[in-house]
Ligand binder design. Structure first.
Ligand code: GDP
Ligand code: IMO
Ligand code: MG
Length: 432
């Protein structure tokens, strides 16, 4: 019967990994549907600290089957490395399945991602450089190579001509447009054979696996990557990722019907962060921003880049909630704001002499917007590590309640630290 989705409410890094690791105990399946190893999902539990890039954060529960769905783009070298890291920490990875329809990130995608970014100069998107965008471009251009194709890699006569054709085109772009180094077909072919050998046991028709699980009434937890404001359709285009992190992406990225997702949880930080380029109305380029970044160690889990930091943007959050139909919200990193004399929330944008609360499509308009703030008294008592609402200081509760009103979704879970157990559940997310 039911699927529940955990979706990044903003620009990614909201704490989806922590939340999924916590929730996964009630699920038989935990599944990824979009993005690739541009994601970095941090999990801290009894097995250690992990930054997961491709493997769903349910892998630590022995009762959970993890699925990398067709909508994900997979760099097999990264996946193999991640599986080794997990195995070295005594995590059983045999319960992972990877869609035969998922597209591969090839070495030329990684090269193109970096060459394209360099060529953009001051207009760079600030991609993670992992080849994710170019792999999705090839998927849509119908020249991608899929995980399932690896199973036929040993059949040289079928596989090699396709690879040669694609590579001829890619090499022409790499060398003639960007002056880069060409790839040799035999090097890539050798890698494909290696990948086939390692990944063969994991490759399955995952849409069937999930449809069957849903028919049996098993619980499926859907793990979003990135966030709604990085969505290629709904985000701050062109400063977005190349996939659909919003709820819509889950249906196509998994091959499950709409009625199977009965709840969606929007994950929001108690303030905002963003990595890479693009407008961020509440960005703090001052000592407060620096203080939050250092206190919270806001540096990327994938690239190590410093994250841009700002106050909570309720205009963006409500836009995201409406887009995704969140049935619950989770607020993470509330503890980071402990001890601040006051905290602010952006409740409107001001530009060209007008105040409004609609999230604009125009990047130039958004870049001109100034935040309109509501200010709240801070709290001296810690929220850090609290596990019950009753333990939260009064002003922190007031802050949470006002955010609920502004987002228009009830905050059912509050995260008060990076560890699995540092979690307050106001209302169970999974309804029985
Ligand atoms: P994701 O990409 O959405 O999974 O988020 P990341 O893992 O990239 O970034 C979230 C960061 O916040 C990680 O370093 C987490 O360990 C940390 N984290 C998650 N929840 C909390 C919390 O409630 N409090 C604190 N202090 N850290 C948290
Ligand atoms: P998780 O799942 C934060 C950002 C990049 C860049 C833009 C495009 O950990 O929340 P890409 O490499 O996807 O072409 O880069 O998207 N970005 C993320 N920012 N968290 C992520 O993932 C991100 N994945 C991509 O910084 O601005
Ligand atoms: Mg992350």
């Amino acid at each position: 019967m039911p699927g529940y989705a955990v979706i990044g409410g903003m620009w990614g890094d909201e704490g989806k990994g922590k939340v999924v690791d916590f929730l996964a105990q009630d699920f038989q399946y935990v599944v990824r549907y979009s993005g690739g190893n541009n994601a970095g999902h941090t999990v801290i539990n009894d097995k250690g600290k992990f930054a997961l890039h491709l493997v769903p954060a349910g892998i630590f529960w022995s009762s959970v089957t993890c699925v990398i769905g067709n909508g994900v783009v997979v760099d097999p070298s990264v996946l193999m490395e991640e599986l080794t890291t997990l195995q070295e920490a005594s995590v059983d990875t045999s319960r992972l399945v990877v869609s035969e329809r998922a597209h591969l990130i090839m070495p030329y995608h990684v090269a193109l991602d970096q060459l394209e970014e360099r060529a953009r100069g001051s207009g760079a998107i600030g991609t993670t450089g992992k080849g994710v965008g170019p792999a999705y471009v090839d998927k849509v251009a119908r020249v991608g190579i899929r995980v399932g194709d690896l199973l036929e890699a040993t059949d040289e006569e079928t596989f090699l001509p396709r690879l040669e054709q694609v590579l001829k085109h890619k090499n022409a772009i790499i060398t003639k447009v960007y002056g880069g180094e060409p790839f040799l077909v035999r090097d890539i072919y050798r890698k494909c054979l290696e990948w086939e050998e390692c990944l063969r046991p994991y490759i399955q028709p995952t849409e069937v696996v999930l449809q069957d699980a849903i028919a049996r009434g098993e619980n499926v937890l859907i793990e979003g990557a990135q966030g709604a404001l990085l969505d290629v359709d709904h985000g701050t285009y062109p400063y977005v990722t190349s996939s659909s992190p919003s709820i819509g992406g889950a249906y196509t990225g998994l091959g499950i019907p709409p009625q199977s997702i009965v709840g969606s949880l929007g994950v929001f930080k108690a303030y905002c962060t963003r990595v890479g380029g693009g407008p961020m109305v509440t960005e703090l380029n001052d000592a407060t921003g620096e203080k939050i970044r250092e206190l919270a160690w806001e540096y990327g889990a994938t690239t190590g880049r410093p994250r841009r930091v700002g106050w909570f943007d309720a205009v963006a959050a409500r836009y995201s909630a409406n887009l995704n139909g969140f049935t619950s919200a989770v607020l993470t990193r509330l503890d980071v704001l402990d001890g601040f004399p006051s905290v602010k929330v952006c409740v409107g944008y001001k530009a060209d002499g007008k105040i409004f609360d609609r999230f604009p499509a125009s990047i130039s308009l958004m870049s001109r917007c100034e935040p309109v703030y509501e200010e709240f008294e801070g709290w001296d008592q810690p929220t850090a590590s609290a596990r019950q609402m009753a333990k939260l200081p009064e002003n922190a509760v007031k802050y949470v309640r006002r955010l609920e009103e502004l987002i228009g979704v009830s905050i059912d879970i509050i995260s008060t630290g990076p560890r699995r157990e540092e979690t307050v559940v106001n209302r169970p997310f999974v309804r029985r």
